[in-house]
Design a protein around this ligand. Structure first.
Ligand code: ZN
Length: 85
C-alpha cells in the first residue's frame, strides 16, 4: 500500500514539473514574439522623405526623384523645362 502511494506521489510530481516547464516555454515564446514584433515595427513604419517637382509641383519619394543643382524633378522632361514661372 505504501508503495502504491509512493508511485502516485512520484507521478504527480512528474506531471507538476512537466506543467511548469511547459508554462515557462510558452512564456518564453510569447516574449520572443513580442520582442520580434517590437523590432520589426520601426522599419515597417519608416517613411521615405517626399520631395516636390519644381515644374509641376507633384510630390514623390526622394529615391524616385531626379536631382540636379539642388532642384528636384519628377521626370527628365520637367528637368529640361526648368521651374515653372
Ligand atoms: Zn514634374
Amino acid at each position: 500500500m505504501v508503495k502504491v502511494l509512493l508511485w502516485v506521489v512520484v507521478i504527480l510530481a512528474v506531471i507538476l514539473v512537466m506543467r511548469v516547464i511547459a508554462a515557462q516555454k510558452l512564456r518564453q515564446n510569447q516574449q520572443n514574439r513580442t520582442s520580434q514584433h517590437n523590432r520589426s515595427q520601426p522599419s515597417k513604419g519608416k517613411a521615405e522623405p517626399m520631395v516636390r517637382c519644381e515644374h509641376c509641383g507633384v510630390h514623390l519619394p526622394r529615391s524616385q526623384a531626379l536631382m540636379s543643382d539642388g532642384h528636384t524633378w519628377c521626370s527628365l522632361d520637367h528637368a529640361k523645362h526648368g521651374p515653372r514661372k
